[in-house]
Write a protein that binds this ligand. Structure first.
Ligand code: ATP
Length: 306
């Protein structure tokens, strides 16, 4: 009788494999937000990372013709330093991350890493050099161990556990009866926003990229989770060139450089102290935030800037 059922088992397995493939594809597209349209230039070489010095030089870009989002942007992020980008919703902050990852090419100007125009290097090498911790982490319908290991192909269990510890999520995982084999998703563990972000941080720790882009979550995190995440982020930012798309005051204050993006231009740039002294847009955002915190507006995200 078991002979009779074997083809059905096989069919079931094929079905499950295909279904998982479809889920993975759907997750990937949600993750990258857009299908990759950009291709390697003929003869493109791998990116040669010396230190991770990132520059935007006169970058102009728009998604649709006739609606320019960035109108000639200059940024200089020295190797190992942290740049925080703030500005109103729709100013183009997340667009910077998409351009760096080369989901789109700039219309004018260039983006360089250690002097190499990112359009001249192999995309795979560019993307291997950049770690992104997105606002909303997409988790696969699989085990939590798999979701972390996804950061680097071939990562072993010990490395996954070390990354989980670094991202302050190891304790949470160890408390699950099935540990790293606990499934996440619809029929498994439901993770909070903060826990998902820590999974993303663990993935990034495994990937160990020289350049880091953090797209901070706008949604409110409770202050304990926020403090834990900030500590973890500080640990992964060390020694890496970091661009933070910042919504929280707490991350902005310590950045080496803050840029206020508005109307396609850099409206202000400087350190937290310099921008406060300037008494412009940034100082105003800061005062408004501080006031909101004082008033303890229900549902207001702690220290949110945008
Ligand atoms: P927020 O703080 O709300 O996240 P942001 O500063 O990160 O905003 P972006 O996501 O960079 O803003 O978007 C900049 C502008 O580009 C917005 O007006 C947005 O509507 C537009 N935009 C973003 N993605 C696309 C897209 N794929 N196609 C067309 N327009 C887009």
């Amino acid at each position: 009788l078991s002979q009779l059922f074997r083809p059905l088992d096989l069919l079931g397995m094929v079905y499950r494999t295909i279904r998982q493939g479809v889920i993975d594809m759907a997750s990937m597209f949600a993750l990258i937000d857009t299908p990759a349209e950009v291709v390697d230039a003929p003869g493109a070489k791998p990116l040669a990372i010396a230190k991770g010095h990132v520059r935007f030089e006169g970058v102009r870009f728009g998604y649709d013709p006739g609606r320019e989002i960035l109108k000639g942007l200059d940024l200089d992020v020295p190797a190992g330093s942290t740049l925080a980008v703030v500005g109103p919703s729709g100013a183009g902050k997340s667009t910077l991350a998409r351009l760096m990852y080369r989901f789109y090419d700039v219309a004018e100007g260039r983006i360089t890493i250690d002097g190499q125009d990112i359009r001249d290097v192999q995309q795979a090498s560019l993307r291997a050099a950049i770690g992104i911790v997105p606002q909303d982490t997409v988790l696969f319908n699989d085990t939590i161990g798999y979701n972390i290991a996804y950061g680097r192909e071939g990562a072993g269990r010990a490395e996954v556990e070390a990354a989980a510890a670094g991202a302050a999520i190891a304790g949470f995982i160890e408390r699950q009866p099935e540990g790293y084999d606990a499934r996440v998703g619809e029929r498994g563990l439901k993770l909070s926003g903060g826990e998902k972000q820590r999974v993303a941080i663990a993935r990034t720790l495994l990937k160990n990229p020289p350049i880091l882009i953090l797209d901070e979550a706008t949604s409110a995190l409770d202050s304990r989770t926020e403090a834990e995440i900030l500590d973890t982020l500080e640990a992964i930012e060390r020694g890496r060139t970091t661009i933070v798309i910042a919504h929280r005051l707490s991350t902005v204050i310590h950045a080496d450089q803050i840029v206020v993006l508005d109307g396609g231009h850099v409206a202000e740039r400087g350190t937290h102290a310099e921008l406060l002294r300037l008494g412009g847009v940034y100082a105003e955002m800061w005062a408004r935030q501080a006031q909101e915190q004082d008033e303890d507006v229900p549902g207001a995200s702690e220290g949110a800037l945008a």
